[in-house]
Structures are given as structure tokens and as C-alpha cells.
Design a protein around this ligand. Structure first.
Ligand code: ZN
Length: 296
């Protein structure tokens, strides 16, 4: 789920993309989840700490996890008509070259650890299908998950890739593919999902023992994040700098951002051993990580 692809849906809605309104997840479930229960450690120890634009940023007093009070709903039914108008298709096409640069670097990172030929690879949050198409080009067997119908349709038309709508914790994956995949990737996805701890545990179950998980996600240790928190406090909430753009209550927006230590701990408790950070990615604003599923 590459960032610009997700923003793309929001951009289209904002620019009057018409029937797209019916395809995006509504801000929902908010009323049924008790946000005082930390989404990372599970303790009932979180409280709203930062009041942002149309959202509250919670912080956990037990593990210091930061997340906003918004969750996505997923439509049960597929829309009857195609959402992929020519305008939308052109819009997605126009974003591909920029995404390709990033995803090609991600592919190099994966290749540095795994000989991909013949490997079953699952890309969770595959957006328009670009990364599965790169996997296919590397002679791997690509699989993909993408909740947004419009991107699945695009992936089929552009790359001839059948991407699934069922999320990773769905029985479709959990029952049919336990211990199946050699590689699972989560590019710019973990910050978007409703419950990242559950997502990683579900991802772990479908990976072979010794198989690989690769992911990237924004880093809370970045200068921008720390400066924004500092500015919020110093201005008593009047100037949150980038906090309003690092998070978003809109459908498929950023719901949580991890520190390095939090992500490491979560990966280790989800059944993985962290191998290390990417040598191909130099930005300090992102955590780009490879880990392996434990064998016992
Ligand atoms: Zn916590």
C-alpha cells in the first residue's frame, strides 16, 4: 500500500472523483473500539495526549505507543459498476513512475536476502499491484492483498495480476495458507492497518519457518516527529508542526507510528527474529527492516 497510492484515493475523493465515495472505507468502528486499550501492548493504559485536526492522538503510559482514534471499515459488498474510469486510471498511471523508484529499491533489498526465482511471495497492501509485478519480473510467484477495489481492478488490467481483497487475518489466508509463503512484504502498510500487532501475527502464521518478512514504515525517531511533539508541547497544542500530516483520520490514513524499539519488540513478540535494517535505504525517516520467522 504505497503512500502516494493511498493518498490518491483521498485526492480523487477531494477532487470530486464521484462514485469513488462508495469504494472507500468509511471512518467507522471508532465507536466500538475502546481506544484507552493500547493497540500495541493491550493494556488499558492509553489516553488522548495530543489534540490534532479532527483526531486525537493517544499515548500509552505503559509502552508509549502513539495512535489516533480512527479505524477503517471495510465494505462487505463489491460495487456493481467498475470504479476504474479513464480519469482514475490515468491518475494512477501518473503515480507509477515515482512509486517504481521506491519499490525497485525495496526489491533490491529483498533480493539481497532471498533468491526469488520460484519463491511464493505475498505483498500485503499492494496498492496498484506494482510490487507484485516486480516480483513476477524477478521470476517469483506473486500474491497480493489490497482492500481497495479500484486498485485491484487496476492491477488486473495493467499487470494481469489477481490481487485478493481478504485481509491477512481473514480465514482465507489463515486456513488455506498456513506456513506457506517464503516471503511476505508490507511496504508502507503497517502504519495504515487498524491493528498492527494482529496484522504481524497473522502474517507470521502464513510464512514458512525460516521464511522472510520485509517491511517499511515511518519512524517516530525521526527529527520531524520529535520536533513536532516538542513544538506541540511548547506551544500548548497551538503548533503541532507535522503531526497533522504524519497522521490522518481519513480512510486508509496513517493510524500509528512506531519507534524503532517498539517495532523491534513487536516483531520479536510476533514470532520473528530481526535480521537488520536495509543498507539500501538511507533515510532516517523510515524504518526498513528484514526479519525471519522463527523455526521453533
Ligand atoms: Zn501500550
Amino acid at each position: 500500500m504505497q503512500v502516494s497510492m493511498i493518498n490518491l484515493t483521498q485526492d480523487l475523493v477531494a477532487s470530486g472523483g464521484g462514485q469513488l465515495h462508495t469504494s472507500v472505507a468509511k471512518k467507522g468502528k471508532t465507536s466500538v473500539y475502546d481506544f484507552s486499550r493500547c493497540k500495541l501492548c493491550g493494556e488499558k493504559a492509553a489516553a488522548p495526549k495530543y489534540k490534532l485536526k479532527q483526531m486525537l492522538l493517544y499515548a500509552c503510559s505503559n509502552c508509549d505507543f502513539h495512535y489516533i482514534d480512527a479505524l477503517d471499515d471495510f465494505p462487505d459488498e463489491q460495487p456493481e459498476e467498475s470504479l476504474l474510469t479513464e480519469k482514475v486510471r490515468n491518475f494512477i498511471e501518473s503515480k507509477l513512475p515515482q512509486n517504481a523508484i521506491q519499490l525497485d529499491k525495496n526489491l533490491q533489498f529483498v533480493k539481497a536476502h532471498v533468491a526469488l526465482s520460484g519463491m511464493h511471495c505475498l505483498d500485503i497492501g499492494s496498492g496498484a499491484g506494482l510490487f507484485p509485478s516486480l516480483l513476477k519480473g524477478a521470476r517469483a510467484v506473486p500474491h497480493g492483498i489490497e482492500p481497495q477495489e479500484i486498485f485491484r481492478e487496476f492491477a488486473m488490467k495493467k499487470f494481469h495480476l489477481s490481487v485478493r481483497r481478504e485481509l491477512i487475518d481473514d480465514s482465507y489466508w489463515q486456513n488455506e495458507y498456513p506456513g506457506f509463503f517464503d516471503v511476505v512484504t508490507l511496504w508502507d502498510t503497517l502504519e495504515h492497518v487498524n491493528f498492527p500487532a494482529e496484522t504481524l501475527k497473522a502474517a507470521c502464521r502464513v510464512i514458512k519457518p525460516g521464511g522472510y518478512l520485509f517491511l517499511d514504515t515511518p519512524s517516530r525517531d525521526s527529527f520531524f516527529y520529535r520536533a513536532s511533539v516538542w513544538s506541540y508541547r511548547f506551544s500548548q497544542g497551538r503548533n503541532p508542526l507535522l503531526l497533522n500530516t504524519l497522521y490522518s483520520p481519513k480512510p486508509y490514513g496513517h493510524k500509528q507510528i512506531f519507534t524503532t524499539a517498539q517495532l523491534w519488540t513487536l516483531l520479536e513478540s510476533s514470532g520473528f527474529s530481526v535480521v537488520g535494517r536495509s543498507a539500501f535505504h538511507r533515510s532516517r525517516n523510515k524504518l526498513v527492516v528484514v526479519c525471519r520467522k522463527n523455526t521453533a
